[in-house]
Design a protein around this ligand. Structure first.
Ligand code: MF3
Ligand code: CO
Length: 261
């Protein structure tokens, strides 16, 4: 069942997403060679709690942290750890959720650590473009498959691949609501989008083959061929004419400046 949100509910979602975006700004300041993903998780956890939010990934189906921190060939759901020290040239995808006033925020951003190679930067840029092209399709009267197609065709046009095992989703009072938002699909397929639908759109793009394996920790999904992957995610509200982006990367942008993608 797809829940349409009232304007008041959409504003609560926006407020939750602003808090998550601010937490990512704090995380961005700390992303330098030598930091551990555990430290990033602690920063996000404390910032969210200090501002009245609940880090809603923590404890979700037993997930042990506030953030997912997925490094290089890790695609999603990397578990923050004191043993994972970021080094120059790495990329780290940061994904987390905040529950505030009864609504969940969800967004993700892939950060460079120090100087990243040009081919990895291109993967990041293309993945961010996939996100924006998907978001552009989230307008009243379009179909779900229009979002999926926009993402898949842009990624594959750049000779990359999209993951099949993980998808975007509706979002609201629950972190994961209907519908599933696949990163692959056909134009004109799927449900018709209605004003007030709120969706987490989250392309995960692989430089190599699309196959992923789950590590022994039961969570971390990594590229089977160990090539890098990138992941950007916005929560959006479907509207007439133009999608309303509820998440923000503005606080990340303030920190990364010219390194912002
Ligand atoms: N933020 C993720 C998503 O996009 C959720 C991560 S799963 C969790 O759906 F277990 F870590 F919460
Ligand atoms: Co999500």
């Amino acid at each position: 069942m797809v829940f349409l949100k009232t304007d008041e509910e959409v504003e609560l979602l926006r407020a939750a997403n602003r808090l998550l975006g601010m937490a990512y700004g704090e995380v961005a300041k700390a992303i330098v060679p030598g930091v551990t993903t555990w430290e990033l998780d602690k920063i996000a956890h404390d910032f969210i709690c200090d501002h009245g939010g609940i880090p809603s990934c923590l404890g979700y189906e037993g997930y042990p942290a506030t953030l997912c921190t997925s490094v290089n060939e890790q695609v999603v759901h990397g578990i923050p750890s004191k043993d994972v020290v970021l080094k120059d040239g790495d990329i780290v995808s940061v994904d987390g959720c905040v529950l505030l006033n009864g609504f969940h925020a969800d967004s993700a951003y892939t950060f460079p650590v120090g100087e990243v190679s040009e081919d990895v930067l291109k993967l990041m840029r293309t993945t961010k473009e996939c996100l924006m092209l998907g978001v552009e399709q989230a307008v009243t009267g379009h179909r779900l498959g229009d979002i999926s197609y926009a993402i898949q065709s842009h990624a594959e046009g750049a000779k990359y691949n999209v993951v099949r095992e993980f998808v975007g989703h509706g979002i609201g009072r629950e972190m994961h609501e209907d519908p599933e938002v696949c990163n692959y699909g056909r134009r004109g397929n799927g449900i018709v989008l209605k004003s007030g639908m709120t969706l987490a759109i989250e392309p995960m793009v692989m430089m190599g083959r699309r196959n992923v394996i789950i590590e022994d920790d039961g969570w971390t999904a990594r590229a089977a061929d160990r090539k890098p992957a990138a992941h950007y995610e916005y929560s959006v509200c479907v509207r007439n004419g133009k999608a309303d982006i509820l998440s923000t990367f503005d606080y990340i942008k303030e920190v990364l400046k010219e390194r912002f993608i």
